[in-house]
Write a protein that binds this ligand. Structure first.
Ligand SMILES: [Zn+2]
Length: 502
């Protein structure tokens, strides 16, 4: 919605396929737009009668959740990495806490592996950021400035307000806009071509509105940035660089992007606002440095990543030595050179770098060199210092499983799920643990919960039916399964009924 001018760097075949998938959904929506209630494509629940009602925050959330579910399941660029997601959410939520707005949704920040420079807000508090943009940010204040701007779009309900002002069927229009946004995020030509020919007037008008909204998001974002203690100059500096990138690629930008640029006017506006602010030097967090190094070290072939970070370390060409060392260690780990990981971890310890990301890398190197006991020791110790770091707990369950400490693994999943009952990944790990223990009923029951937390009701029901047929349960367990099955079937029937009503 905001920085699309600056993208379009190298549309890969992969993104075209993704865009095509989105366009299929979009086409479906546009075809049915006159009929108002629309069943979204697979995985997207029906929004039913409510399509005619005003867009409530709850409906925005529902739309956002549907789209997120689709992204998690089908978008190959979705970064399913608890360390990166954890960092983005810590940073994002710090900003949200300082943003203007009441009755805000639970925000979720996520990364998409995509070299183009973009970030976007979906309805209901879901904010996506391309890894290309995280790498292009030269300071944490710069990254925070983009996220703050996106938070502004959410708190001001810009997408909902765009479609409301059109006097059109609001929910289909909003879904169409969100889907167009996703399709356009990496490959504007494909997406906008489809949109313009199918529903030129409405979508084009919505995008025209975004100019005022951009200014509002800039103004609020700046406020949020300042209240959160970041350097407000980061916003002007980053936007200027983004604009320059945009110029470089202008010929590739589709028409609407040329008419809706990240304007000089916007940048001047920001500069005027920050002109009187005192200069504030804000140090980047270690997390910011390490996450960027990890993203970078995860690109390309493992050996190339090793060579790149070796050169950085050797020539001392880096913003941060810990980040360059961590990146090198991570690249070695990708290249399966675990002895070299050990060496780099030793250097990091010598530099007095304390981070759960270093600990999980160290543990993995121990495990892969056949010392699971040491790996478990490292992870347990790290969890004492960083109890909320989800990546450490996942790694500990995995390592216990590999070391055949099945009872310990099970105990850990049980206590963890008491604290995080909605954690689908942990339900999946518990299912894996039960499978290793040969407990089939419980294996299927846990897998059902893993699916249910992702909104995949049919797959969850299927697993519960397998659990019913498993021979190894007791009376109490079978009754629990029956009760849960009835619950999920009722939910599924309700959704099916809504779809039929259209
Ligand atoms: Zn924007």
């Amino acid at each position: 919605m905001c920085f699309q001018l600056c993208q379009e760097v190298e549309p890969s075949g992969k993104t075209i396929i993704i865009a095509a998938m989105k366009i299929r959904v979009l086409a479906l929506l546009l075809l049915a737009a006159s009929a108002i209630p629309i069943a979204l494509a697979e995985g997207l629940p029906d929004l039913g009668e409510a399509a005619q009602a005003d867009l409530s925050p709850q409906m925005e959330r529902k739309i956002g959740e549907s789209i997120m579910q689709d992204i998690r399941l089908h978008e190959s660029g979705y970064v399913d990495d608890p360390e990166i997601a954890g960092y983005l959410n810590r940073l994002g939520k710090k900003l949200v806490a300082q943003s203007a707005g009441t009755a805000l949704p639970e925000f979720e920040f996520f990364a998409l592996r995509d070299s183009t420079l973009n970030a976007f807000a979906l309805p209901g508090g879901f904010i996506g950021v391309h890894t290309g943009l995280i790498l292009a940010a030269q300071s944490e204040s710069e990254l925070a400035s983009v996220l703050s701007h996106e938070v502004g779009h959410v708190t001001q309900h810009h997408m909902a307000r765009s479609v409301s002002s059109q006097g059109m069927a609001q929910i289909p229009a909003m879904v169409a806009m969100a889907v167009a946004l996703l399709a356009a995020r990496s490959n504007p030509d494909v997406a906008m071509g489809a949109v313009v020919s199918a529903q030129a007037a409405s979508v084009q008008n919505q995008l025209n509105y975004s100019r005022d909204f951009e200014r509002e998001a800039d103004r609020l974002g700046l406020q949020t940035l300042e209240r959160s203690g970041y350097d407000v100059r980061g916003m002007a500096a980053f936007f200027e660089r983004l604009q320059k990138f945009g110029r470089l690629y202008e010929n590739n930008a589709p028409g609407y992007l040329r008419t809706h640029p990240l304007t000089t006017e916007r940048i001047t506006d920001i500069e005027n606002r920050i002109a009187l602010r005192p200069y504030r030097q804000v140090a980047d967090s270690l997390d910011f440095q390490l996450v960027r190094a990890k993203i970078k070290a995860d690109e390309g072939a493992p050996r190339d990543a090793v060579i790149e970070f070796q050169a950085q370390v050797k020539d001392r060409k880096f913003f941060s030595e810990p980040a360059a060392r961590y990146g090198l260690a991570y690249a070695y780990s990708r290249a399966k050179d675990y002895a070299a990981v050990d060496r780099e971890v030793a250097v990091l310890r010598h530099l007095k770098i304390a981070s759960p990301m270093v600990e999980s890398l160290a543990a993995e190197a121990r495990l892969r060199q056949g010392d699971a006991g040491a790996a478990i020791g490292l992870l347990r110790a790290a969890l004492l210092s960083y109890p909320e770091e989800r990546g450490l707990t996942y790694a500990l369950v995995d390592t216990l499983l590999e070391n055949r400490q099945l009872d310990d693994a099970l105990k850990l999943t049980m206590s963890d799920l008491q604290a995080y009952p909605g954690d689908g990944r942990m339900h999946g790990l518990q299912s894996k643990t039960y499978a290793a223990l040969g407990k089939r009923l419980q294996q299927h029951r846990a897998q059902a919960e893993a699916y249910a937390t992702q909104g995949q009701l049919l797959a969850a029901i299927d697993q519960l039916q397998l659990a019913q047929k498993s021979p190894d349960g007791d009376f109490y367990e079978y009754s629990q399964i029956d009760a849960r099955l009835r619950e999920l079937k009722a939910r599924q029937a309700e959704e099916a009924k809504q779809k039929k009503q259209q």
